[in-house]
Design a protein. Structure first.
Length: 542
């Protein structure tokens, strides 16, 4: 049979299977080490393993034996879809899922493997092939409804239920945050693809054109939209109009030729001819009709993704980043203020002591002279501390001065004495070099303050903080900060310097991003080495 006679159902199924597989590969390549990215990829792989073989099967171009083999391939993909859906829901919701659900997941995977063996080793799962006008379709045996009722329906419904409940819990506890929208669109997408199970009715005596493709298409569209609009699965994409419109033109062109092809076949069937002039005439008419449609689709895309011109969006993003960075800096200022309170307390105590004795020893010239000298010195000391705090809080360009690196490290550590004592953290100083590079003292202090705070937060139950300096053979200054804390997982390590990327609910995700920016402005480099459960080492090279 010629390829032009392949049913439209086959073409549609193949296209959707290919799109789903492409989406899964795209998500996986964004972070191959992420568990949830891998689970989503395998779900898309299973879906494509359902759609692509059924496109070949329904084409009616293969023998009965090959068609029966393809039918089993179809259900090989279907067998694992419910368990992967449930696994995805559990991984996405994390702490919001009870431990019982995780235990049930292992049993569901066991059942999936069990029915996979039954599919290939017995003739009672797939018993033959239905021959419909729109194509061939698998004919299920008595094991098929058991599989649907025992595994497919309960597991898929339970997975969708968990996602729906997760949306409600996240909205109630945290409001409409990024996590809320991620979970919401995942819930809608997997709800639609669960509805594709309506195609099983073919094997229960209900003959109709399978509608599962519609729900698979809805799944792909919702997930794609959620990735572009709400950075689903942590995938952040800068959407460029040129890219979107290039894709649009490709789609429109495909529509042109599809309609031209179908129309020419139709006219050819009526007139027994499909001459080139007829085809060109049809193409011209369709081009005129679809040009307004292209503009309409562009307008819809602008409303969905480009509510404002690109320049305005970029400006808003810069302002947002500056605002969050300012908030992060003010948190650092608050930490500095807490440390400086101790520094200010000492001079105030001296002034108070001399002031109390002044009435009694006012006639003592030596005491008055000493009192005057100490008060002036201590007031200058307090003024200098306050001045440093104010300078630290003001964003400005680098003011490079030769400054001993050890003094910056010691001053910053002294401000964190209370935090270190409170968390039972021992500080080890291994200074093998104390050069005075040209640096902005306040900005470099902010960088090390953020690094030290990260280390302290990683050791809530105590530990050791080792601060070391050394010079390389090419006279570069290496400062390392090593802690014995919880460490960073391999999944999160590549993203530690990404803006707004944080594993802490209260974190802004800008701490180490700001550090990276400060060190880079100084012409330096910063590297992070970490192993989960064994601690983290941050190396600053100037």
């Amino acid at each position: 049979m010629m390829i032009f006679n392949i049913p439209i159902f086959s073409v549609l199924s193949f296209s959707l299977g290919l799109l789903c597989l492409s989406l899964g590969v795209f998500v996986l390549t964004r972070n191959p080490k992420s568990d949830i990215h891998r689970i989503y990829f395998f779900f898309c792989l299973s879906t494509s393993f359902w759609m692509i073989p059924i496109s070949f099967l329904s084409s009616k171009i293969f023998s009965y034996e090959t068609s029966l083999f393809l039918a089993k391939c179809v259900f090989t993909g279907v067998v694992f879809m419910p368990s992967l859906l449930l696994h995805f829901a559990i991984e996405l919701l994390g702490p919001n899922v009870k431990l019982t659900a995780k235990k049930q997941l292992a049993f569901v995977y066991f059942l999936s493997v069990f029915f996979l063996f039954l599919l290939w080793l017995t003739p009672n799962f797939i018993t033959g092939i239905y021959n419909y006008p729109w194509g061939y379709y698998p004919k299920g045996g008595f094991i098929h409804p058991i599989h649907v009722l025992v595994v497919v329906m309960p597991t898929a419904i339970y997975g969708v239920f968990l996602l729906g409940r997760g949306v409600h819990i996240i909205e109630r506890e945290h409001g409409k945050t990024k996590k809320y929208y991620e979970t919401k669109y995942a819930f809608l997408a997997f709800l639609f693809i669960t509805l594709s199970g309506i195609d099983f009715l073919q094997n229960w005596g209900v003959d109709f054109f399978p509608l599962g493709n519609i729900f698979v298409a809805a799944f792909i569209i919702l997930i794609t939209y959620a990735i572009f609009k709400h950075a689903l699965l942590g995938i952040s994409i800068v959407i460029r109009k040129s890219l979107i419109y290039s894709i649009l033109i490709s789609i429109i062109t495909a529509i042109y030729f599809s309609i031209v092809y179908i129309t020419s076949l139709f006219i050819g069937g009526l007139t027994n001819s499909a001459s080139l002039p007829v085809v060109l005439f049809i193409l011209a008419i369709i081009t005129l009709l679809f040009k307004p449609l292209e503009q309409r689709i562009q307008n819809v895309l602008d409303k969905l993704f480009f509510k404002n011109p690109r320049e305005v969006l970029e400006k808003e993003n810069i302002l947002l980043r500056e605002e969050v960075q300012k908030q992060d800096q003010m948190k650092a200022v608050a930490t500095l203020a807490a440390g400086m309170a101790h520094e200010i307390k000492n001079p105030l105590t001296s002034i108070k002591t001399f002031a109390e004795y002044l009435p009694q020893r006012y006639d003592d010239p030596e005491f008055r002279e000493k009192f005057q000298r100490i008060v002036v010195d201590e007031v200058d000391r307090v003024n200098n501390i306050v001045k440093q705090l104010l300078e630290f809080s003001k964003p400005r360009e680098l003011e490079l001065k030769a400054t001993p690196i050890v003094s910056i490290l010691d001053d910053t550590l002294s401000l964190l004495n209370n935090n270190l004592l409170k968390n039972k953290i021992e500080v080890i100083k291994d200074y093998k070099a104390d050069p005075s590079p040209l640096v902005d003292k306040n900005q470099l202090r902010q960088a090390f303050l953020n690094i030290f705070l990260n280390s302290i937060h990683a050791m809530p139950n105590g530990g050791t903080l080792t601060v070391a300096t050394s010079l390389s053979s090419d006279l570069r200054l290496l400062t390392s900060v090593k802690d014995t804390g919880s460490g960073i997982s391999k999944e999160h390590l590549p993203h530690v310097f990404d803006p707004f990327y944080s594993t802490k609910e209260e974190g802004t995700g800008l701490g180490l991003s700001i550090v990276h920016g400060i060190i880079t402005k100084h012409g330096g480099k910063i590297k992070v080495e970490s192993e989960e459960g064994k601690g983290t080492t941050i190396r600053v090279i100037l």
